[in-house]
Design a protein around this ligand. Sequence first.
Ligand code: FE2
Length: 144
Amino acid sequence: MKAYFLSSQKAISTAELNQQGIPYEYIPADQSYMEPLKVWMQRRAYTAHDEVRLNAETPKLEAILKQFEDEHLHTDDEVRYIVKGAGIFDIRSQDDQWMRVELEAGDFIIVPADRHHRFFLTEDQQIHAVRLFKDNPSWVPIYR
Ligand SMILES: [Fe+2]
């Protein structure tokens, strides 16, 4: 994980992300990662998990990515654990600056409900992630 303010390039530590209301943990992807993820599920009352895979062969990939890349929020947390590949979240700080968070295998992050953000794949266009969520999650994007 690498995090920094988009405007100044100033680095953001894990502690600073936490202070911004964004939990982050590194959980090695080469070992049993479901146990630590289940701890997060208990802690945040998530009831379900699934997996999502996107790559260059994914049908309508461009249309799917378009939904993620415009600034939006939703009323449930967006929780991702990266098993393989990479992804980039831009998340608004509490004073509305863009914080860029570059994620790769082993990175776990919670984009909290009601926080503006956007998401991109990297040039490789490949990600395999676990999602944690509550029953009937509302991820309907509300664009800014
Ligand atoms: Fe989102």
